[in-house]
Design a protein around this ligand. Structure first.
Ligand code: SAM
Length: 344
């Protein structure tokens, strides 16, 4: 059922979160810190540290509960680097006990650079985490560390991926952002890596969300090119989408072993099927990665709003979700926060 645009603060929202374009919003991404221990060249300049305050773990929990009571079925914890956040395991434990609108357990995932995952995979699984996505932008050690700018990072992340598999945080997804001239020679290596390590590799087109000024249309390696190049190493077969809001175009190899996904927000935008909303580490709602406005949910909570008032605020904010992004169009404006400070 669509949420009513005329819902007044006196009414209790009973409908699921739906925006004014008819999209049902069921996927919440929560940044729990904007600190990061990597300085990936396409994300950070290396000169900017954490910029925004973090909420207490109990405060994130309260806000996430409100979203879940309004129909969120999937929560992904992210950052910054979420494994740097103290209290993460306790937060996961609390979230794992929540039930969705329809009484099912919440789908609970985490996106990480994997640097600290070796030691945390087992405790996170025991606390109730379902899955992890690990970011890896190269399968070659030297290229990997040229991107992260952290010596020893390749081995740490590989150990993290293997620990996640051992712990059962599966299927493990690997996120790779390809940039022409930096790491686009890694495409073929990732085909073998996906099969050897039994992981789903997902290439993400580079979006203009970096701290510096690196993005140009030419640096983006488009979906079409990735499929062509990967197919030359091992033939690919496209898989049918599992749900309409799925962002990745999925492929398997011709022998059925292994999976590759390509997320193409730049060359094949999927805004019409977007089901996402984001909460930043300082408690602002962002209805789109490219929003020009933020909605201060935490500010209302701090000034004493009760749960019903906060639920109304969330409900009304979602209705303002943007129809689409405008990457590549004249007049495109970069958002005031970069990816690391929004939560990817
Ligand atoms: N630190 C964690 C990690 O490395 O996965 C979580 C935060 S990071 C910002 C989340 C994801 O966003 C990573 O997979 C990263 O590669 C991706 N990312 C960062 N900047 C991006 C950009 N400009 N375009 C596309 N993806 C980007």
């Amino acid at each position: 059922m669509a949420a009513s645009l005329t819902s007044s603060p006196a009414e209790t929202p009973t409908a699921r979160l739906t925006d004014s374009h008819g999209r049902v919003i069921h996927d919440l991404r929560v940044s729990i810190t904007d600190r990061c221990n990597y300085k990936c060249v396409y994300c950070r300049t290396g000169e900017v540290g954490a910029q925004y305050p973090e909420l207490g773990i109990d405060e994130y929990l309260r806000l996430i509960r409100l979203f879940v009571s309004l129909g969120i079925t999937k929560v992904r914890l992210t950052g910054g680097e979420p494994l740097l956040r103290r209290g993460l395991v306790e937060l996961v434990k609390e979230l794992a006990s929540l039930r969705t609108f329809s009484g099912d357990p919440l789908d609970l995932a985490l996106t990480t650079n994997g640097h600290l995952l070796d030691g945390l995979a087992a405790p996170l699984k025991a606390a109730g985490l379902d899955r992890v996505t690990v970011s890896m932008d190269a399968v070659d050690e030297a290229t990997f560390e040229r991107i992260t700018r952290v010596p020893g990072s390749f081995r740490a992340v590989l150990a993290g991926v293997r620990a996640a598999r051992e712990a059962g945080l599966t299927p493990i997804k690997i996120n790779c952002v390809l940039l022409r001239g930096f790491n686009d020679d890694q495409v073929e290596g990732f085909a073998h890596f996906a099969r050897q390590e039994d992981v789903v590799v997902r290439f993400i087109e580079f979006m203009p969300l970096e701290e510096g000024r690196l993005w140009t249309p030419e640096i983006v390696v488009p979906l079409r090119e990735i499929v062509e190049r990967m197919g030359r190493v091992l033939p690919l077969v496209e898989l049918a989408p599992r749900e309409p809001s799925e962002t990745a175009r999925r492929y398997t190899f011709a022998d059925g072993k292994g999976e590759i996904g390509i997320i193409a927000p730049v060359t094949q935008a999927f805004c019409g099927a977007c089901s996402r909303v984001r909460l930043t580490s300082d408690g602002k709602i962002r209805t789109c990665l490219f929003s020009q406005v933020e909605h201060d949910l935490y500010g209302r909570m701090r000034s004493g709003a009760d749960d019903e008032e906060l639920r109304h605020y969330i409900f009304r904010t979602i209705q303002e979700k943007e129809a689409r992004h405008h990457i590549g169009e004249s007049g495109f404006l970069k958002p005031s926060r970069s990816m690391v400070h929004i939560g990817g």
